[in-house]
Design a protein around this ligand. Structure first.
Ligand code: HDL
Ligand code: ZN
Length: 418
């Protein structure tokens, strides 16, 4: 048995080895809001997009409670960015995770982070072309496989798919279902515009047309999985809930027939503060029994699950121990912070071994891949090294690389039966 001093040396040695090896592991990012560069202005990048990320809008609304948020949203994006830079980075230290992320990106791009203005940063980005810049971001972030969030009902995105484009092999599609199915019948007019003969009535005819929509667009996007975000109040079974009926009658039959995984992101309270727009969503504790019942009733369906409440993450680990068709993934949104990534990763390794996907970036702005993955690799690699250090036998580099490839290199669809 190694004594405490040896153990500490062992941990720091193992941490250095894991981090060194992890730096060369190509990353698969299973959930982002980035887009293939061929999709034009849908892909957000650059300093003004980084600084007006909705996480920072929420934070500047706290720094400036006097500010008229509607007037803020009415400002040109560059003015919004200047205001956020001044309030959160110049007048205050950028210690929040979202602020630190911008600093990390700027620093890795060689930009001065101690500046009181954005002139140098804007000049840098003005001289970038998106094709080369995607390569720069993928090189710095080590991400080589990016899953988008795709919504054919979004008019701007629909045009891209209708016109067709040469796809960048690094960018993969996921068919997002929220606009079609949530707040039923809000999606009906758009589904009808795309030629699907749905009505407001939840009857077999409408179910059949929604299944046709899912099958058509799964194929057109070459989607890796279907995804939907759900409120903490989502329940299954729930006889009188539209969304539960629609998932049962349309999404799950398609998942069963095609083997396409279903990603369910559960626990978001949309527009708790509507004035903040995208920044106005909040979190609520969901019911884990709903996840367990779905996994029990649909053993042939692969459920990739992430939840927004810290308390739900432990329950999800235990549910995943009961059902191999539950795949926990990521530290989502309000959980994507160092203190919680550490806690969640440790509990997952302790309860699930390596049978989970530790992180996704949820990046909305391309450049965020740089910080979201650097910050997460740092923590996840360290927690894994601590677990290795508890084993009495030596762990060689090949073993560490095998485990890291498994944790960071497999897309949701490929992890079936891992
Ligand atoms: O529903 C989702 O996919 C969430 O990730 C939301 O897009 C959220 O606004 C977000 O960006 N979280 O990081
Ligand atoms: Zn997301």
């Amino acid at each position: 048995m190694t004594d405490i001093t040896d153990r500490h040396t062992n941990v720091s040695d193992l941490t250095q080895r894991v981090q060194r090896l992890l730096a060369d592991i190509p990353i698969t990012d299973v959930h982002t809001h980035t887009f293939d560069p061929a999709m034009g202005s849908l892909l957000l990048w650059g300093i003004d997009e980084l600084l007006t990320y909705h996480y920072l809008v929420a934070e500047v609304s706290r720094a400036r409670p006097d500010m008229d948020i509607a007037a803020f949203f009415g400002m040109p994006k560059s003015d919004q960015a200047d205001l956020i830079w001044n309030e959160l980075f110049v007048k205050r230290s950028p210690v929040s995770e979202a602020c630190r992320g911008v600093i990390t990106v700027m620093d890795r791009l060689g930009l001065n982070t101690a500046t009181d203005n954005l002139a140098e940063a804007r000049d840098y980005f003005r001289n970038q072309n998106i094709g080369d810049y995607v390569n720069t971001v993928c090189r710095l972030s080590k991400v080589n496989d990016i899953t988008m969030t795709n919504d054919p009902l979004d008019p701007e995105e629909y045009v891209c798919w209708e016109q067709g484009f040469d796809r960048d092999p690094r960018f993969h599609a996921a068919l997002r279902l929220d606009s079609a199915l949530m707040q039923w019948p809000a999606g009906v007019p758009r589904l009808q515009q795309l030629g699907y003969r749905v009505t407001n009535h939840l009857d077999d005819a409408t179910f059949g047309e929604i299944r046709r929509y899912l099958m058509d667009w799964r194929r057109r996007l070459d989607a890796r999985y279907m995804a939907i975000s759900l409120p903490p109040t989502f329940r299954y079974p729930q006889a009188d809930a539209c969304i539960t009926t629609l998932i049962r009658e349309t999404v799950l039959p398609v998942a069963q027939d095609t083997g396409l995984p279903l990603a369910m992101m559960i626990g978001v309270k949309k527009l708790t503060n509507p004035a903040l727009q995208l920044a106005g969503d909040s979190v609520g504790k969901a019911e884990i029994e709903t996840v367990e019942r779905l996994a029990l009733d649909y053993p042939g369906v692969r459920f990739a699950i992430t939840m927004l409440s810290r308390e739900n993450m432990h329950e999800l680990c235990i549910a995943a121990r009961k059902f191999a068709n539950i795949l926990p993934f990521g530290c989502w949104w309000f959980l994507n912070n160092p203190s919680l990534i550490r806690e969640i990763t440790a509990m997952r390794l302790e309860t699930l071994g390596l049978s989970f996907i530790p992180q996704h970036s949820d990046a909305r702005v391309l450049d965020q891949l740089i910080y979201k993955w650097e910050h997460s690799r740092d923590i996840i690699g360290t927690v894994l090294a601590e677990k290795y250090a508890l084993l009495p036998h030596a762990i060689d580099d090949k073993t560490i690389q095998r485990d890291l490839h498994h944790l960071f290199g497999t897309p949701i669809a490929a992890t079936a039966g891992q």
